[in-house]
Write a new protein. Structure first.
Length: 101
C-alpha cells in the first residue's frame, strides 16, 4: 500500500467523469452523423428517391438525436451548416450536370 494509505471512496474523480462524458458526447455525434449519412446516401442513390427526400430524412435524424439527447448549441450549429451545405449542393450539382449535356 502507498504511503499515507487510501480510503475507499475519497478519490477525486471529476477529471475521469468529465473525460467519460466527453467520450459519450463524441460517440453520440459520430453515430448521429453516420446515421444521417447512411440515410441520405441510401435514399438518394440506392433507392433512387432523389436528393431531397434523403436530405429530409437526414435532417429528421439530426433533429431527433439533438432533441433526444438535449445536445448543445454547437450541435445545432453544425446541423444547420450541414443542411445549408447539402441543400446548396443539391441545387448546384444538378445545374452543373444540366450544363454538361
Amino acid at each position: 500500500m502507498a504511503a499515507g494509505g487510501h480510503a475507499r471512496g475519497e478519490m477525486d474523480i471529476h477529471d475521469q467523469r468529465d473525460t467519460f462524458h466527453g467520450f459519450l458526447i463524441a460517440s453520440i455525434w459520430g453515430c448521429g452523423l453516420i446515421a444521417q449519412s447512411v440515410a441520405l446516401l441510401t435514399l438518394a442513390f440506392a433507392m433512387g428517391l432523389g436528393w431531397w427526400p434523403g436530405l429530409f430524412a437526414s435532417v429528421a435524424i439530426g433533429v431527433a438525436v439533438g432533441l433526444f439527447f438535449r445536445m448543445s448549441g454547437v450541435y445545432w450549429a453544425v446541423q444547420i451548416a450541414l443542411l445549408v451545405i447539402l441543400g446548396v449542393g443539391g441545387l448546384v450539382v444538378p445545374a452543373l450536370a444540366g450544363l454538361m449535356g
